[in-house]
Design a protein around this ligand. Structure first.
Ligand code: SF4
Ligand code: SF4
Ligand code: SF4
Length: 358
């Protein structure tokens, strides 16, 4: 059933590229959403929304030219209103003289592959909203680790942190490896209501994350927090107690899965025995490695959990939180690879390649 919206936009497309440096895990993850389920949006069961068409290669029944047609039409400005979703890190195509790192479809004129960077250049400025799904797309993630050969970066590193969509909306980052399904669907729902004229500007923090989803730490929602407060710590993984001494970064990581769970309220890393490795953070993974070591300040803070020392501990945690909320400095555009990549076989890193030394 066609729905009329306040803004007059009655039909909208979601153009979703998972052709970045990606494992497609975020596409798979959103199929587990319940708040709302993706299929409810696509079937028009959520009131007040335009009719939504999803174009995602993992979830699509179409293949080949049929699948690519809406992307080409959007690049020509002929597709109508759309939201552009990017999954996966963006490799730096400026650091080599030939070839490419990743592409999606071919140019109908030349038959040449179209790189992800080129798609972003074509589609992002015309989109009503641009969303980065998962940590690779938001901040670079594991593909952007120290020593990587591709110069991978997050979407805001590529487009610029002050980028605005055709509707004046900043890039919206929904990190997580993979993205928590309901975090993504709530964000998408907000943006669809916003373009329908039913919601105000989406509230984002300075890392472009929805504030209502990433405003609290893992620790603040953890089922094991009472053990922490009592100074009762796990020393191996076969324990229900606080895991800070075996590597949990929860006290300084912005993530809501200890409250929300992973699928329909079930799971949520520390709640079910997994240490938090900070997969939602801009500094992930480099600033949290090695994962199994005790995070900085954990011994002190776990010793001093009292009213008297609480404010000092919160300040120290604030400093660590600020550090890991910054991406490493090598995630950037430009012809120079500064990740510290060291080609083992004496190969050329390409145009401007650093050969391992920034
Ligand atoms: Fe895969 Fe995680 Fe990257 Fe998503 S964020 S593409 S799930 S590695
Ligand atoms: Fe905090 Fe991690 Fe301990 Fe949970 S397991 S209380 S998140 S330190
Ligand atoms: Fe990632 Fe930690 Fe959140 Fe688990 S609790 S999803 S490891 S940030």
């Amino acid at each position: 059933m066609e729905q009329k919206t306040k803004s007059g936009i009655d039909e909208i497309h979601i153009l979703w590229s998972s052709e970045g440096m990606s494992c497609d895990g975020d596409s798979v993850s959103v199929t587990a959403a319940t708040l709302p389920p993706l299929e409810n949006i696509l079937l028009g069961l959520v009131p007040g929304l335009p009719k939504v068409h999803l174009h995602n290669k993992v979830l699509s029944m179409q293949t080949g030219d049929d699948f690519m047609a809406p992307f080409h039409a959007a690049a020509r400005g002929e597709q109508g209103p759309y939201v552009f979703v990017v999954e996966g890190a963006i490799p730096n195509e400026e650091i080599h003289d030939e070839g490419y790192f990743t592409s999606m479809g071919n140019d109908p004129e030349t038959g040449e592959p179209i790189t992800l960077s080129s798609w972003i250049d074509r589609l992002a400025p015309k989109a009503l909203a641009v969303v980065a799904a998962g940590t690779c797309a938001t901040y670079g993630g594991i593909h952007a680790m120290a020593g990587n050969a591709t110069g991978s970066m997050g979407l805001a590193d590529y487009l610029g942190w002050d980028f605005r969509s055709a509707a004046g909306i900043p890039i919206v980052n929904v990190p997580g490896c993979p993205v928590q399904p309901d975090n993504f669907m709530e964000t998408l729902l907000w943006l669809l209501y916003q373009v329908a004229g039913e919601a105000p500007m989406i509230p984002l923090d300075d890392k472009l994350r929805p504030t209502w989803l990433f405003g609290k730490t893992v620790h603040e929602g953890c089922d094991r927090a009472a053990y922490y407060e009592q100074g009762d710590f796990a020393h191996d993984y076969n324990s229900p107690k606080c895991q800070v001494k075996i590597g949990c970064w929860g006290p300084v990581v912005n993530c809501n899965v200890t409250k929300r769970g992973w699928m329909d309220g079930v799971g949520g890393c520390p709640n079910v025995g997994g240490i938090c490795i900070g997969c939602t953070m801009p500094g992930f993974p480099d600033k949290m490695m090695p994962f199994m070591d005790e995070p900085p300040g954990a011994s002190l803070s776990s010793l001093l959990t009292s009213k008297a020392y609480g404010p000092m501990i919160r300040r120290l945690r604030g400093l660590t939180n600020t550090t890991i909320n910054e991406e490493p400095k090598w995630r950037h555009r430009g012809p120079r690879l500064t990740s510290g990549y060291n080609p083992r076989h004496g190969g050329d890193t390409g145009k401007g390649g650093s050969g391992g030394k920034p």
